[in-house]
Design a protein around this ligand. Structure first.
Ligand SMILES: NC(=O)c1ccc[n+]([C@@H]2O[C@H](COP(=O)([O-])OP(=O)(O)OC[C@H]3O[C@@H](n4cnc5c(N)ncnc54)[C@H](OP(=O)(O)O)[C@@H]3O)[C@@H](O)[C@H]2O)c1
Length: 186
């Protein structure tokens, strides 16, 4: 049975983007990126809210940008090889391979996908992930805390749900980011 995992890079005060929609402060350096690549390698399917998809779809053409470092080329391959499902009521078409669109988020369909998939499933951004938390579908999360307080913006975690978590692992990076790996517990 596959796990549904929420991974995000967030500010210390819990936001994925600040009030201006900016998240350049969350950009991973080479050490963090290489670590993220290894976490993402087992993922078979990404479930994306439309906003996160609009950011991540840049990886579809990253291999046309010359002189990318190995960790960027590595993630490009990982991303392109995975299946993607984009949730949106407004998007007309998708512009990446192995990608389909859903107009509604159906928790039962995800439950079935988890029971039938051999590879793990990732969910993001936080709007869509919040619905997965509410439906009790999230098995674990990888939170990367960035050493910055941004004061407001888009919350990384939903504010209308209570979830108990068990800490499985932690790691600190040279740039001051901290990785926390939790599994949800009942
Ligand atoms: N910190 C980082 O490293 C990082 C990285 C990438 C992006 N970001 C930022 O993270 C944010 C993305 O998160 P978000 O929470 O704003 O958005 P999100 O969860 O990625 O996407 C929300 C959108 O998904 C669609 N959606 C959600 N639930 C749905 C449902 N039940 N049925 C159908 N469609 C559904 C809707 O699209 P429609 O409006 O089309 O219906 C909704 O507007 C953005 O601000 C982005 O810039 C941060």
């Amino acid at each position: 049975m596959a796990k549904l995992i929420y991974s995000t890079i967030m500010s210390l005060d819990g936001y994925v983007a600040d009030e201006g929609g900016n998240f350049d402060w969350a950009a991973p350096d080479e050490e963090v990126h290489a670590f993220v690549n290894d976490l993402e390698r087992p993922v078979g399917t990404y479930l994306y809210g439309r906003r996160m998809y609009e950011v991540m779809v840049a990886w579809e053409t990253m291999d046309t940008v010359p002189d990318q470092p190995p960790f960027v080329r590595d993630f490009t391959e990982i991303w392109k090889a995975a299946d993607k499902i984009v949730y949106s009521t407004t998007l007309e078409t998708v512009s990446s391979g192995r990608t389909r669109m859903e107009r509604v988020f159906d928790p039962e369909a995800i439950r079935q996908m988890k029971s039938q998939s051999e590879r793990d499933i990732s969910v993001g951004g936080p709007g869509l992930a919040g619905q997965a938390f509410t439906a009790g579908l999230v098995d674990g999360c990888h939170l990367f805390l960035t050493p910055i307080v941004v004061g407001g913006g888009t919350r990384a975690l939903p504010n209308d749900v209570r979830v108990k978590l068990e800490l499985l692992d932690e790691r600190r990076f040279g740039n001051g980011m901290v990785h926390l790996h939790y599994r949800t517990s009942t």
